[in-house]
Design a protein around this ligand. Structure first.
Ligand SMILES: Nc1ncnc2c1ncn2[C@@H]1O[C@H](COP(=O)(O)OP(=O)(O)O)[C@@H](O)[C@H]1O
Ligand SMILES: [Mg+2]
Length: 184
């Protein structure tokens, strides 16, 4: 099944949630000019040892004696390799992890971006206490979504209220359209 970029990114973000991060930062840059899409996920979760990083990025080359790991990271890495891109994980135990993936935007195998608003809604639903920050950049403009700012506006109303979650999804998707069109 072909996963869009939003769903692949959700896998990476859910790893940050699973790593007990209290701050998760997603940066996405879409550039027509450079013909690139860059995705970066930074968290302050539990981090990984170098051995663990090796194991999650190349799950098929590592020892069979070690615990099984999933394929979310490996799939993202594979996608970057398929699409003339690059992939990198920087991680420190007890400090956090940064995953960077970049692909050629118009590559024939490049999946569509998908629904980023909906994807971020899922992340917030997974843990509303996370300080989640989304920075989106194009050649024409920027958009940012900060969960803490929304929480302040809501004055105690939960982000998990269905109307709030839907508002977040729409707000983000409109912000993305405006950033693409250069109307900030
Ligand atoms: N941001 C992260 N912080 C800490 N550990 C991580 C992070 N991302 C991945 N990992 C570790 O790598 C493993 C493999 O991740 P992944 O490839 O997404 O598969 P899965 O999540 O199904 O195990 C995770 O189970 C986790 O132990
Ligand atoms: Mg995972």
């Amino acid at each position: 099944m072909m996963q869009d970029l939003a769903m692949q990114t959700l896998e990476i973000l859910m790893n940050s949630v699973g790593a007990k991060a209290d701050t998760v930062i997603l940066r996405i840059r879409e550039s027509e000019h450079d013909n690139r899409i860059d995705i970066e996920v930074e968290d302050n979760g539990c981090g990984m040892s170098p051995e663990m990083v090796q194991k999650v990025t190349d799950p098929f080359t590592t020892s069979r004696k070690t615990r099984k790991v999933g394929l979310g990271v490996a799939f993202m890495k594979g996608l970057t390799e398929q699409c003339n891109g690059s992939f990198d994980i920087q991680s420190t135990v007890g400090v956090g992890t940064t995953v960077r993936a970049s692909i050629q935007k118009d590559h024939i195998d490049a999946p569509p971006m998908g629904d980023l608003g909906e994807m971020i809604m899922y992340v917030i639903q997974a843990d509303e206490n996370i300080d989640f920050r989304f920075y989106y950049t194009t050649d024409n403009g920027n958009f940012e979504f900060l969960s803490e700012a929304v929480k302040q506006e809501l004055e105690g109303v939960s982000l998990l209220e269905p109307e709030i979650l839907l508002w977040i999804k729409e707000y983000i998707n409109e912000g993305i359209i405006h950033a693409k069109e250069g109307m900030e």
